[in-house]
Design a protein around this ligand. Structure first.
Ligand code: SAH
Ligand code: SF4
Length: 408
């Protein structure tokens, strides 16, 4: 094995959680992220209920957490007072800590969140007919796509199901959209302002299929009819092409699939999406063919970032059409203008070039809209996410660490 292939194989392997998520300092157990059955088990384990009534109690608690957004056991009024008090002594309904909340001039919001010693971001994108939450699955990403800011982060760990669901709960808190919630929220927005979270895209930081179990468990909670109840048709999971996990994603999660294709030749995709050296375009498109539930009513989205002079020629557009037709894929294309970040090695294709590319694909009968960049002014657009702590200079990080040590 050459040095180059060794480092490549290391770079594209799934990462385990490298450090255990530190336990909460208060010693309490977070109920967020547990399935209903796991909540029931936790109640039995804590000696708070016999197995049968525990199932009923778990269902009630579930409704409070995911239907009403309640975090305080005292407010769970259909549980007896002694049980509520006992719950509060052992458990918590957690939220990630909001380190920073930013609002873009176009209404996009970005939250820098912290939990378990790491920071990650979630982005809310309001549109006329929908509100989409872009959710992170990992802190950083091991895959190093050359145009992506997240890929340059050094620190990587998988987020837990609780941390993934927590982003949705936090957004609902901030948007003030829990049913019958009369409470003003910490950002002062209320449901009446009409910014409701209707869609979820797993397109934040990280590769969701390298954190499959936690993403699956989190999305099952988000889709649960007695809780957040988001339809799987309103959820899209984006992968850079983790071929062996795609069928499982379809079977065990069943949401819409988006694939970060970005190039139509091996040479270009190998360079900009290094994972392509492990699973190439033919393998990826075959996995798309087999994706359960893909049909003309539920198309697979191919994401294609427009990089000036790299992947944006007429020939590239025609090859994209040829591939989609050759593999008979029920597909649409989403053209993403490249969002620059400090030190990024590419430029975005000129508008006219993007339009021409789009026209060629549309002319072949395949939908290829250009995605309007959102939240660029707060570095919230596709591929710009990178938590603030990572952006600090080494000197600043050292200074803060010394400060912390002094405080101990
Ligand atoms: N890791 C997953 C999901 C997160 S990225 C994936 O790669 O699919 C969401 C989308 O933004 C992907 O299509 C990604 O390729 C794209 N993207 C990354 N960096 C970008 C940038 N700087 N400008 C525009 N799109 C970018
Ligand atoms: Fe990771 Fe996706 Fe960014 Fe590639 S584009 S580095 S897979 S987050």
């Amino acid at each position: 094995m050459t040095l180059e292939s060794l480092s490549l194989s290391l770079a594209v392997e799934p990462v385990p959680v490298p450090r255990a998520v530190p336990p909460r300092v208060d010693g309490l157990r977070d109920l967020v992220g547990l399935s209903r059955a796991a909540i029931a088990d936790a109640l039995v384990e804590a000696g708070l209920a016999e197995p049968k009534p525990a199932r009923m109690r778990a269902r009630q608690i579930w409704g409070w957490i995911y239907n009403r957004g309640v975090t305080d056991f005292a407010a769970m009024t259909d549980l007896g007072r002694p049980l509520r008090e006992a719950l509060a002594q052992r458990f918590v309904v957690g939220r990630p800590e909001v380190v920073q909340a930013l609002v873009s001039s176009d209404g996009t919001r970005k939250w820098l969140l912290r939990s378990g010693g790491v920071e990650y971001e979630a982005v809310f994108i309001p549109d006329a007919d929908r509100g989409t939450l872009c959710v992170s699955s990992q802190v950083g990403c091991t895959l190093n796509c050359r145009f992506c800011h997240t890929g340059t982060m050094k620190l990587v760990r998988n987020l837990t199901a609780a941390e993934i669901v927590g982003q949705v709960l936090l957004a609902r808190d901030a948007l003030g959209e829990w049913p019958q919630s009369a409470q003003p929220t910490f950002e002062g927005t209320r449901q009446s302002e009409g910014r409701l979270l209707t869609n979820i895209v797993m397109m934040g930081m990280g590769e969701p299929l390298y954190n499959f179990e936690q993403v699956r468990d989190a999305l099952r909670i988000v889709m649960d009819a007695e809780g957040l109840a988001l339809s799987r048709r309103r959820i899209t999971l984006s992968t850079s092409g983790v071929v062996p996990m795609m069928a499982r994603a379809g079977e065990e999660i069943g949401v819409n699939l988006a694939v970060s294709l970005h190039a139509v030749t091996k040479a270009v995709r190998d360079e900009i999406v290094p994972l392509n050296r492990k699973w190439g375009i033919p393998e990826l498109l075959e996995a798309c063919q087999r994706y359960p539930g893909a049909n003309n009513a539920r198309r697979i989205t191919f994401e294609y970032v427009m990089l000036d002079g790299v992947n944006d020629s007429d020939a590239d557009a025609r090859e994209l059409v040829r591939l989609i037709k050759a593999y008979r894929l029920p597909a649409k294309v989403n053209l993403i203008p490249f969002n620059p970040w400090p030190g990024s090695p590419y430029a975005c294709s000129p508008d006219a070039r993007i339009q021409r590319f789009s026209d060629i694909v549309f002319a072949a009968g395949i939908s290829a809209p250009v995605r309007t960049p959102r939240g660029r002014d707060i570095m919230a657009a596709c591929g710009q996410l990178k938590s603030a702590s990572e952006k600090l200079s080494r000197a600043e990080l050292d200074r803060r660490a010394a400060e912390k040590e002094a405080a101990w």
